[in-house]
Ligand binder design. Structure first.
Ligand SMILES: [Zn+2]
Length: 241
């Protein structure tokens, strides 16, 4: 099965299983962050179960690390699809750009983190038991954050053709997957003139990292005028790498 068939198959099952529509208030066109978090919370046990089953098979020597890695990639794809479908408002609302974005993100996660993790497991097999592996993999539940933020904005048709936000919450930040910021609030939107203000909102109850504080300073809001970003996006303190 190729990726797009698998994606479609999954999205169909997801729509039936989670009944995403039910989570929206009647008349809501663009969902909010809380709604997407609720959807992700409903999906989280499924993600954990898939990851647990795969890791148990690895520990029991039923599979080797390459296959384990592929199955974790698949679980991550499904996690991100859940987030994106929730943000789009319905499973049919996912467009090709979003699907491409999800594939790119999963590949990136896999190349950076999972490759290294798989190598560590292979080299020091006796150090790793199922609990240790799972603890580390559970960090990935928070890694859907940039996808949620992007998908929430893409649910707003008025932003089509406007430049992308330079970095999403949790992306290139010191706080990484712990990021509690939100970059989906939009005001001053005018699709004819290419005008929008996209607000980087800190969570007032969280301990925000330096990257996020700098973004809240320079991107509150991030101003788009004439289809171009006119706010500062070059300050080195905006990016943790
Ligand atoms: Zn943050």
């Amino acid at each position: 099965m190729n990726i797009s068939n698998r994606v479609r198959d999954f999205v169909r099952k997801l729509g039936q299983g989670l009944n995403i529509q039910r989570l929206f208030k009647r008349g809501d066109k663009v969902p909010d962050v809380q709604t997407v978090q609720q959807i992700l919370a409903a999906y989280e046990p499924i993600f954990r179960q898939t990851v647990t089953d795969t890791t148990t098979r690895l520990i029991n020597n039923e599979i080797k690390t390459p296959q384990w890695q592929r199955e974790i990639e698949r679980a991550l794809t499904e996690l991100y699809l859940t987030a994106a479908a929730g943000a789009a408002g319905h499973v049919g609302g996912l467009d090709n750009d979003m699907l491409a974005e999800i594939r790119r993100t999963v590949k990136q996660q896999s190349n950076i983190y999972l490759n290294r993790f798989a190598t560590q497991i292979d080299q020091e097999r006796e150090k790793w038991d199922a609990d240790k592996i799972l603890n580390r993999l559970n960090l990935y539940v928070g890694s859907a954050k940039p996808i949620v933020s992007r998908a929430l904005r893409m649910a707003n048709d008025g932003l089509k053709g406007m430049p992308a936000v330079p970095a999403e919450p949790g992306e290139r930040t010191i706080c990484k997957t712990n990021c509690k910021c939100n970059a989906s609030r939009i005001t001053n939107l005018n699709p004819e003139k290419g005008t929008a203000d996209i607000w980087w909102d800190l969570d007032p109850t969280a301990e925000n990292c330096e990257t996020c504080i700098e973004r809240a300073r320079l991107w509150h809001p991030l101003r788009i005028r004439n289809w171009k970003i006119v706010s500062d996006i070059t300050s080195p303190r905006l990016y943790a790498d």
